[in-house]
Design a protein around this ligand. Structure first.
Ligand code: HEC
Length: 182
């Protein structure tokens, strides 16, 4: 991932993601490298796509999966988790505007992670890799769009499909990690 603002890039790569929305907000308020556009229009996205000059080491793929992908997927799945207890039962579901915002952020974070998976740093050199990545991306994008539209049924409908894409890729390259007690 090429980032003109190394601080933002580092945040995206290493910090747990409830901070993402905040992180992006602070990125947008940060001055651009040539100090121009952001000052005039604070809402304008920073579109600079100059090659990164950052030299920070990338997190190894397994660590990225374990600490960033899994954590973030769990957060996303928590929104569609079903629970039953004496006091009642039902889906967690985003409720407040902030919840919906966070749910969309959780999904969009995984969309961005799939782009990382397509970089030389993380990809496995195999023709099926980009397809498996794209399948996950499509599923989480669907969830992000549903969250943006406050469409819980949409989020619920795609929730298992997201998991299936994780499993499909793992079964292809690292089947051992999917052998867990059911
Ligand atoms: C395109 C392929 C691909 C997709 C999609 C994918 N993974 Fe992975 N995952 C891998 C590979 C390859 C590894 C092994 C990493 C390594 O050792 O380099 C891995 C490892 C992991 C691990 C570490 C398990 C362990 O015990 O070592 C976790 C956790 C994980 N993935 C979670 C997920 C989740 C959750 C998703 C879906 C939201 C997902 N992955 C989607 C390819 C993928």
């Amino acid at each position: 991932m090429k980032k003109a603002l190394p601080f933002c890039g580092r945040q995206l790569a290493t910090i747990a993601f409830p901070a993402l929305a905040l992180g992006l907000a602070s990125c947008q308020n940060a001055p651009t490298q040539n100090g121009s556009t952001a000052a005039t229009d604070k809402t304008a996205p920073i579109t600079t796509n100059a090659p990164s000059t950052g030299t920070a080491a990338m997190t190894p793929r397994r660590e990225l999966m374990l600490h960033v992908m899994q954590r973030n997927a769990d957060q996303l799945w928590n929104w569609t988790a079903y629970s039953a207890s004496r006091s009642g039962s039902g889906y967690a579901s985003p409720k407040t505007d902030e919840d919906w915002m966070n749910a969309e952020s959780d999904a969009l974070t995984i969309v961005e992670l799939t782009k990382l998976l397509d970089t030389d740093e993380y990809r496995i050199d195999d023709a099926d890799w980009p397809k498996l990545v794209a399948n996950l991306r499509a599923a989480v994008q669907e969830s992000a769009t549903a969250a943006e539209n406050k469409n819980f049924e949409g989020m619920l409908a795609v929730s298992d499909k997201i998991d299936e894409q994780c499993v499909a890729c793992h079964m292809h390259y690292v089947p051992g990690i999917e052998v867990r007690p059911k």
